[in-house]
Design a protein around this ligand. Sequence first.
Ligand code: NAD
Length: 272
Amino acid sequence: MNETSEYYRDQVAVVTGGASGIGLALAETMLAYGAAKVVLADFNDENLRRETARLNAAYPERVVGLHCDVTQEEDVKRMIRRAAECGGGRVDLLFNNAGAGLGGAFDAQTNEDWEKAFALNFYGALYGIRAVLPIMRAQGGGHIVDIISGIAFFPMAYQTMYSATKAALNGLTLALRYELWDENIRVTSATPGTTATAIWKAGGNEPPPGAQTPEQSARTVLAGVARNERLVLGDEGDLSGAKHCFHPEAATGNDEYLLNVARKRRSGEWVV
Ligand SMILES: NC(=O)c1ccc[n+]([C@@H]2O[C@H](COP(=O)([O-])OP(=O)(O)OC[C@H]3O[C@@H](n4cnc5c(N)ncnc54)[C@H](O)[C@@H]3O)[C@@H](O)[C@H]2O)c1
């Protein structure tokens, strides 16, 4: 036991997008840390069934899989209600982790594409927060963690939807942190760092060399959350991006770097 694992011991946690990648690793690591109950909420039923069964075999009766499409507010409300029932009335931690990479040229994207992007990467988390707040207030506290991305601090060409949705989620998260602070409800924004998960394949790419494992990301995020950090940064790249992106003295270097990314992506030399 250490300071991090203590934070999760006997807790009830919900992880959206919990049937794959970083969400699954967050769930599994919290179980290893002694969480009482972990709810995986996902809309991929096949992965959900398989991973719930696998984790329940290792941690009997401590894992629940609930179908939930986070873009549907009623679904999210129902899922949180069920999660609380399974958790003996409690939800101590909510990880709003479900999300997608959403690359592509701005010119090719319609309003419908943008609405879908915000529905998943922004409103999905907002619905989760709304649904869990009454439970956290009734139990006297809790911790909400929104999984953003380093792109919130380093917006890149051909990733306008990803940049905008994750920056918006970060704004919501950090503002809300102080609105809820005095109610003993903690709110944290976390980037997982570049991580080898299915999200890269979904965009037609391989994870970049040097990408960390989901388990590494989960451990970093969980340690920062346990320290109640405002913003957890999942790797060195995200730390550097967060430090320099809006720093006036770094503006010229940022222009050069980001323009180079845009041109390489446009020429097809780099895939998004
Ligand atoms: N992998 C990375 O390098 C990286 C970097 C920065 C941020 N992130 C963020 O981490 C989070 C997790 O991504 P990942 O890399 O583990 O990807 P992943 O594709 O492995 O996992 C995403 C999960 O979300 C689920 N999901 C998608 N849409 C959903 C919906 N509408 N309702 C419910 N569940 C839904 C998927 O079924 C999947 O299980 C995302 O928010 C992503 O933006 C990832």
